[in-house]
Ligand binder design. Sequence first.
Ligand code: V47
Ligand code: SF4
Length: 359
Amino acid sequence: MNNSKQFLQIKDKILAKQRITSKEALSLLKLPIHELGQLAFLKRQQLHEQKAYYIYNQHLNYTNICKNKCKFCAYFKDKNNPQAYTYSQQDIENQIQQRINEPIQEIHIVGGLNPDLPLSYYEEMLMLIKKLRPEVKIKAFTAVEIAFLAEKHGLSEQEVLIRLHKAGLDALPGGGAEVFSPELRKKLCPEKIPADHWLSIHQIAHGLNIPTNCTLLFGHIETWQERIEHLEALRTLQDKTKGFLCFIPLPYQPANNPLSTTGPDGLDFLQMIAISRIFLDNIPHLKTYWVFAGLKISQIALHFGADDFDGTLVKENIGHAAGADTPKGITITQLKNYIQTAGFIPVQRDTFFNALPTN
Ligand code: V47
Ligand code: SF4
């Protein structure tokens, strides 16, 4: 079968390491899925050959009390809800101690915006973890949590980041970006900081040499146009700072939250992965987050542009509250097997995507 003119044009651009425009990104939707996959795979191989990364990590969700009440979130609880919780420093120590004999490389910490927690709580948590596990890297607190702390304490976001960095913060996760469109934010998460604010906090972090990730929550009420505008904003900031390590398209999980739509199907998920890979030519890594997407389609996503399989987790709460039917954690052997049987070379990494010699 002959490839279309459009396929050949984009292929030439990828081979020449030229950037595609937003218009071209949208036009990729017209390609048959296997052709789109072929283009994204070409880009992926250019960047990472046959490697697929994974990390030995542990998730810690320190509180589910949150004042923002985003419409898509099944995780937050009001303070008076019997299921509301906040970990004490002792609880955090217990969580870390439970897995102290495992070779964990990263602790991923996020939580709700709990007005009762002072900045010192966050600093103590980081210092405690670094005392218990000095070798571990801590990827913690979304830009939304950083903005919340700055406002609460009358500090600049730069000051908050410097204090947390001093206490042990190594990188920021990509959450809280949702979809940048102001109209959609009004519907989805009216209390959340706007896109410019989210982007400016990542810019400040990059300026302090704190690398970050970035996300897009997709497959709910947004359009493809809005998805591409979101990617464009990320690509523009990355041109300036080069501080984003990894992009993670987060497929919407529909259960237990008031935003009643279905979430993306398999085709939509693979289109999103592939178009992100081709469009975001300056963000080195692309994660298929198996916790939300599923393990099986994540194997296929490696053929559609993704190069990172995330990690072992254990006790992820945000996606599972919203109905993710994946396990709450898997072993390192299982993770490596998923990558290998999909046809890729598993490479264990640290938070900064340095390959570890333990393979
Ligand atoms: O910011 C909330 C999202 C995010 C739902 O940086 C939902 O390496 C889908 O950002 N359906 C937190 N998504 C998770 C996150 C993340 C995950 C893994 C790795 C990294 C990284 C970051 O989860 C939130 C929000 O965008 N979220 N509710 C839902 N119903
Ligand atoms: Fe709070 Fe984050 Fe849930 Fe929004 S997504 S309600 S900010 S925990």
